[in-house]
Design a protein around this ligand. Structure first.
Ligand SMILES: Cc1cc2nc3c(=O)[nH]c(=O)nc-3n(C[C@H](O)[C@H](O)[C@H](O)COP(=O)(O)OP(=O)(O)OC[C@H]3O[C@@H](n4cnc5c(N)ncnc54)[C@H](O)[C@@H]3O)c2cc1C
Length: 402
């Protein structure tokens, strides 16, 4: 039997973008329904980002969803940068007038937002893939989906495709309605999660002649670490001891020791930039990874997804409260300003810390010159700091919808 649902905003995808959008719309009295392709267990267990910008934390707080985040998240006021074994600290809190980052795993964000949505009676269908989006050039678009072996439709006013890089939202946009920009880097990240207390109080980004390494954190008992590997690297060639040895060398600095522990998750992620320059067609809107991917070096992916949602909420609230499409008409243009800023910063961090050419080459010397400049110039360090913690919405000439 055909399942027929009706809502104001049909949301595809229960990742950070889709869930935040649903909560935020409800705050403004706008009804939505979420469809999610995967099971709840899968989505809640998916290990991805872990660095929340100040804006993201503020939004989750304002939505009243930050109880666990405030208890378990670790606020960081600075970051360490290492180059050839020399380590410096960029005190971003001090340089940006108190803006900081919080370390809190993406899967926890997803769990918190999912539980709050379901417990308060929100509609979310798991294992319910959207298989088609149609009529989005009319004022009654339709999402076709499958659920428990049946076909269904959602009739809505707007479709928000928050369905990640592999979703159907972007594929549904008319082909000639946007331009695509891509860059694939000639290296990947091998990332691990380990049951061991972090050997650092703040993240360490490190250039080493053997390649990049990053010491990140998840909690007081769990560490997240990465090393640069070739694009054709195979995880089977990287037994745990080899990974720890490489991390110890690449992160090493005098008087500091890397603590090792059992690795319980490891995987290889390619490094790439991808984006399209129009996030809308008619009443179909894209937000988050559906429209852009950044290399993870700047910690921007999740934060960018939430920033898109802010602009989409602004536009939808304006539509429902003032019957104006002005905000929605300018959604792409407004969101793209931050997306390009994040692409630039992510590219900058990637180029600064990864080995791209022979040690001692011209490229290497440019990287080293940048590192030295961070040490000598407060202005340069501030530029990096404000991008790292994320520019406030007012920097783009915008204020919050909350
Ligand atoms: C392996 C990996 C590691 C990462 N590490 C970092 C990091 O360290 N730092 C950082 O900032 N960012 C990182 N990112 C990026 C960050 O995780 C993403 O930017 C973030 O998840 C974007 O959120 P989103 O809601 O836009 O998309 P997603 O989280 O991808 O959510 C999209 C959802 O849509 C669902 N979906 C897809 N198609 C359909 C369909 N047809 N019907 C219904 N549902 C559908 C998917 O199942 C998914 O749950 C990483 C990403 C990956 C893949």
């Amino acid at each position: 039997m055909m399942k027929k649902l009706k809502t104001q905003v049909g949301i595809i995808g229960a990742g950070p973008a889709g869930l935040t959008l649903a909560h935020w719309l409800r705050k403004h009295g706008i009804h939505s329904i979420i469809l999610e392709n995967r099971s709840r267990e899968y989505v809640e267990g998916r290990v991805r980002a872990g660095l929340l910008e100040q804006n993201t934390v503020d939004i989750i707080k304002d939505l009243g969803l930050a109880d666990r985040l405030l208890k378990e998240g670790q606020e960081h006021h600075g970051v360490y940068f290492s180059f050839d074994g020399q380590r410096i600290r960029v005190p971003f809190g001090e340089l940006t007038g108190g803006r900081n980052i919080t370390i809190y795993g993406q899967q926890k964000v997803v769990r918190d937002l999912t539980s709050a949505w379901l417990e308060s009676g929100g509609e979310l269908y798991f294992e319910a893939p959207a298989v088609g989006i149609r009529d989005f050039h009319t004022d009654k678009p339709i999402i076709d989906f499958e659920y428990q072996g049946e076909q269904g439709i959602i009739e809505c006013d707007f479709v928000a495709a928050c369905d990640g890089f592999h979703g159907i939202g972007r594929k549904t946009l008319p082909e000639n309605s946007y331009n695509t920009f891509t860059r694939t880097y000639p290296f990947s990240w091998l990332g691990i999660l380990a049951h061991v207390a972090p050997s650092t109080d703040e993240l360490i980004y490190s250039y080493h002649e053997r390649g990049f390494a990053l010491h990140s954190l998840r909690s007081h008992k769990i560490s997240r670490l990465y090393i640069q590997v070739d694009n054709d690297a195979h995880i089977e060639d990287w037994p745990d001891d080899r990974i720890w040895d490489e991390l110890a060398i690449r992160l090493g600095t005098e008087g500091w020791e890397l603590q090792r522990g059992p690795i319980f998750e490891k995987g290889i992620t390619p490094m790439r930039s991808f984006m399209i320059d129009r996030l809308q067609s008619g009443r179909l809107f894209l937000a988050g990874d559906a429209a852009h991917i950044v290399p993870p070096t700047g910690g921007k992916g999740l934060n960018l997804a939430i920033a898109d949602v802010k602009h989409l909420v602004d536009g939808l609230v304006e539509f429902y409260q003032k019957n104006s499409t002005l905000g929605l008409d300018h959604y792409s243009e407004i969101a793209l300003k931050r997306i390009w800023r994040a692409q630039d910063f992510s590219n900058f961090m990637t180029r600064l810390f990864h080995k791209q050419d022979e040690h001692g080459s011209f490229q290497y010397r440019l990287q080293k010159a940048k590192f030295d400049y961070i040490r000598m110039s407060r202005a340069y360090a501030t530029t990096i700091a404000e991008n790292y913690v994320g520019l406030g919405f007012e920097a783009f000439g915008l204020t919050s919808a909350i």
